[in-house]
Every structure is written in structure tokens, then in C-alpha cells.
Design a protein around this ligand. Structure first.
Ligand SMILES: [Zn+2]
Length: 217
């Protein structure tokens, strides 16, 4: 079983695009302490959602210093946003050994999408991000962690090899639907260490059951 930690922004959230977004940002010093812990622990997967500029300004140099790699899930619809990663940044991340995945176009929930919206979120976004990164994209992270049976069926149909949720339990090796733990403003090195060392409790079991309900609904 693997633990996968997911970050959003690091530092101060200059502009919330959704109410409550600041709660998903982690202070820079705390992030660096958490990363030190991850590096010494080993075997922890890391990802960064939403394509905030802190991915290249803070996360990339910190990962390199510690010999770590991560997957980055930017949004195709934000490549021209000054607070977000641009096409060149995706190329840079890839050149530095990082992986680029897809987080869709508009950061909308992927349940109950019309066929046209589903095409933009699953296919057009991937095309744009592949062009920017200069590499094929085979993984997605579910925006806002939301999914249901139809979402997963569509993603499987589009050929994605791994789909990442935010369901807070360990994931089996090479699981097609793979859970992650979001790290947010309420976390510190202690709370993350508890995830890394104590991830087989009753809460995790409840989250595993909740995942199976979501994939069937
Ligand atoms: Zn997101």
C-alpha cells in the first residue's frame, strides 16, 4: 500500500478562485518541513493540483534539493493566467524529471457533465496540456475530488491509466483509481507524519468504504 500526498498552493493564496481555496494552501516553511520528513520516510507519492505558480517557484527547487519527484496536475484553462503555470513551465517541470497529468479545463466537478463539457474536460484539456508539456498524458486528478460511476466509465473510455481521487486512504500499487491525502492549511509536519505512520486505522477503513460507494453511485 502506498500513501500519496497531494498539495495545492504553497505560500499565500493571492486570489481565491473558489470560496475556501486558501484552506488548501500550505505555508512555505511548513511545506519544506513536510518535504524533509517525506524524503527521510521514503516511498511516499507526491502530487500538486491546480497548476499554481508555487509549483515552479517553491515546489520544484525543493523537490530537486531532496532528490524527490512528483506529478503535477495543471488546468488547461489557466495556462494564460498570470498566477498559474504557463506552457513553458510545464516543459520545464518535465525537463526536470517531473510528470504532468491532467486536471481538466475549468476546475469544475466531473459529475453530471454534458457530452460537450465532458469532451472539453477529458479530451481537449489533455490535448492542450500534452502540446504544452511535449509529452503524452496518461493520468488525471479529479477536480474537487468528485466522481461517480459514469465519470470513471468516461475516463476509462478515454484511455487514462490512473485516476487520482482525494479519498484519504492508502492505495494499492498500480490501482487504476488511486486515493490521495490532501495536505492543507490545517496541517503541519506532525499531522502529515501521523498520516505516514498510522494509515491503517478505522477512519481509513471508512474512507475505503466511502470510495466504493462513490464508484458505484
Ligand atoms: Zn483542483
Amino acid at each position: 500500500m502506498n500513501v500519496h500526498l497531494c498539495f495545492h498552493g504553497i505560500g499565500r493564496c493571492a486570489r481565491e478562485r473558489e470560496p475556501g481555496e486558501s484552506g488548501y494552501w500550505v505555508a512555505r516553511d511548513e511545506f519544506l518541513r513536510i518535504l524533509d520528513d517525506v524524503a527521510s520516510h521514503g516511498g511516499v507519492a507526491l502530487s500538486f493540483d491546480d497548476g499554481n505558480r508555487s509549483d515552479v517557484d517553491v515546489a520544484l527547487p525543493a523537490l530537486k534539493e531532496r532528490g524527490l519527484t512528483a506529478t503535477f496536475f495543471p488546468l488547461a484553462g489557466r495556462l494564460l493566467d498570470p498566477l498559474s503555470l504557463a506552457s513553458d513551465d510545464l516543459r520545464l517541470l518535465r525537463d526536470e524529471g517531473m510528470t504532468i497529468g491532467n486536471h481538466g479545463w475549468d476546475h469544475v466537478p466531473w459529475r453530471r457533465l454534458s457530452p460537450a463539457d465532458a469532451h472539453r474536460e477529458f479530451v481537449e484539456s489533455r490535448n492542450v496540456l500534452e502540446e504544452a508539456a511535449g509529452a503524452p498524458i496518461t493520468t488525471v486528478a479529479l477536480p474537487l475530488g468528485q466522481y461517480d460511476r459514469r465519470t470513471l466509465k468516461r475516463l476509462r473510455h478515454e484511455g487514462y491509466r490512473t485516476v487520482y481521487s482525494s479519498d484519504r486512504h492508502p492505495a494499492r500499487d498500480r490501482a487504476w483509481l488511486s486515493a490521495r491525502y490532501s495536505v492543507g492549511a490545517g496541517d503541519d509536519v506532525g499531522s502529515v507524519r501521523r498520516i505516514l505512520t498510522n494509515h491503517a486505522g478505522a477512519r481509513e477503513m471508512r474512507n475505503v468504504i466511502s470510495s466504493s460507494v462513490k464508484r458505484m453511485r
